[in-house]
Design a protein around this ligand. Structure first.
Ligand SMILES: Cc1ncc(COP(=O)(O)O)c(C=O)c1O
Length: 433
């Protein structure tokens, strides 16, 4: 069956708001390490990992063996009506590395479910449905997760179970905070937070939910130390802080295990998903015990942390820690960042991210005008030359990369050569336009 035929069948039966990338979408049929192969037999270096989800690479025996061992026992599911050893072990491991005091862990299937749960906990604990969120954020696709998502192109509805006030994003390329130094940005943001609390809320806000580095938003981030300054204000009001670590967790930023740790402050809850399952469905929340235990109704999740995904999750976390992938993210991330900056491309307005989270924003030469058409060109050029990257940002003009944390220096350099050629082609297109 050809890919064209599969695309037609996809379009006929799947929702039209699920859009595969590329003018000619591809089907990935196998993978190994940091490489994937499509249905036509072409192999690509993968710098996107299925949106930062294949975190330790493809076909990792430690993960497959752990899952197979569980499958061989004949129990893929039992439900939380019964004790699940794999789930308890995984929760203990996650609690231990979370940095959250007195931690308890709820296991779910996705980032959306994790954030929904965090919002449920915060609103119940604080007996308030008022939430602070951040412009340009993405937190998932349930009603509550969409309600705290600050991007028009992802906001499919205004219906909301929560009442949201939005803080500024860390964008200092454009907008009212453009060009501010780190210290000025933090000072103005804190002043803005005080003004938002005084003017758009009834005071008793439940929580702030924020990504340390905005994923879908194109890796826009506030300066280090921002959340410490913000938390001081939140603490004056008893407002909780939820750090959405769905993209930034498990050492991806290189310098820290969690994104929040760049800010010298500890959140009340963190949410995780994507990479911890390395493809198996796994997400969850770590919360201080008294917050996690605040629900006064029975609640459970049929599939969350089932024996299969919990086995995978444990194998992934063990692998991340035993191979010190955080250090690899720091080291190889630096090669990538230095390489992209060194290209000095006139169509790149900003290079962003940390560790193995890297994005660059494409603009028309000599301006700050977003150039989504150049992002598309870079996507197509990189694909044609054997590299998969992603797209994002408020204007669809940001190229995003989040390769497996196992990426080698040689692979980083191989990808950089392809990126350099793609940027040169996009620049020629911009000049010709
Ligand atoms: C920061 C962040 N939070 C939450 C989500 C939602 O996760 P999921 O797609 O697993 O529901 C995403 C997905 O991209 C994300 O990037």
């Amino acid at each position: 069956m050809s890919t064209d035929e599969l695309l037609n069948r996809h379009r006929a039966v799947m929702p039209n708001w699920i859009n595969p990338l590329y003018a000619d979408p591809i089907e990935l049929v196998s993978g190994s390490g940091c490489r994937v192969t499509d249905a036509s037999g072409r192999t690509y270096l993968d710098f996107f990992g299925g949106v930062l989800t294949t975190m330790i690479g493809y076909d990792i025996p430690e993960v497959s063996d752990a899952v197979r061992r569980q499958l061989d026992k004949g129990i893929a599911h039992s439900s939380t009506l019964y004790l699940i050893r794999k789930q308890v072990e995984l929760a203990e491991k996650i609690a231990k590395v979370s940095g959250i005091p007195n931690p308890k862990v709820f296991l779910a299937n996705s980032g959306t479910e994790a954030n929904d749960t965090a919002l449920l906990l915060a609103t119940q604990y604080r007996r308030s449905n008022q939430i602070l969120a951040v412009r340009n954020s993405y937190h998932g696709r349930s009603f509550a997760a969409l309600a705290v998502t600050g991007q028009r192109s992802w906001s499919a509805t205004s219906l909301s179970p929560v009442n949201v006030s939005y803080l500024h994003s860390g964008d200092r390329l454009r907008g009212v905070f453009a060009g501010l130094s780190d210290a000025e940005y933090i000072e103005r943001s804190v002043a803005d937070l005080r003004e938002v609390l005084a003017t758009t809320t009834a005071g008793d806000v439940a929580c702030l939910i924020a990504e340390p580095i905005q994923g879908v938003g194109g890796f826009v981030a506030p300066p280090d130390g921002y959340f410490k300054a913000v938390k001081e204000v939140l603490d004056e009001h008893g407002i909780l802080w939820v750090s959405d670590e769905v993209q930034t967790g498990w050492g991806r930023t290189g310098e820290h295990f969690w994104g929040y740790q760049a800010h010298d402050a500890v959140p009340d809850m963190l949410t995780f998903a994507k990479g911890i399952g390395n493809g198996f469905t796994l997400g969850g929340v770590v919360a201080r015990g008294e917050i996690m235990d605040c629900l006064n109704a029975v609640s459970f999740n049929t599939f969350g942390g089932n024996p299969i995904s919990a086995s995978a999750g444990q194998a992934v976390l063990d692998y991340v820690l035993s191979h010190d992938l955080q250090s690899n993210a720091a080291r190889v991330g630096e090669v990538l960042h230095a390489g992209v900056r060194g290209l000095n491309s006139p169509i790149v307005a900003e290079v962003r991210g940390k560790g193995l989270m890297l994005a660059f924003e494409l603009v028309r030469p000599g301006t700050l005008d977003p150039a989504p058409e150049l992002a598309l060109r870079v996507l197509e050029e990189t694909k044609a030359n054997g590299l998969l990257v992603g797209k994002g940002g408020l204007y669809g003009n940001v190229i995003r990369m989040g390769p497996p944390l196992t990426l080698t220096e040689a692979e980083a350099k191989e990808g950089l050569d392809i990126l350099a050629a793609a940027l040169a082609a996009a620049h020629r297109q911009a000049v010709a336009a």
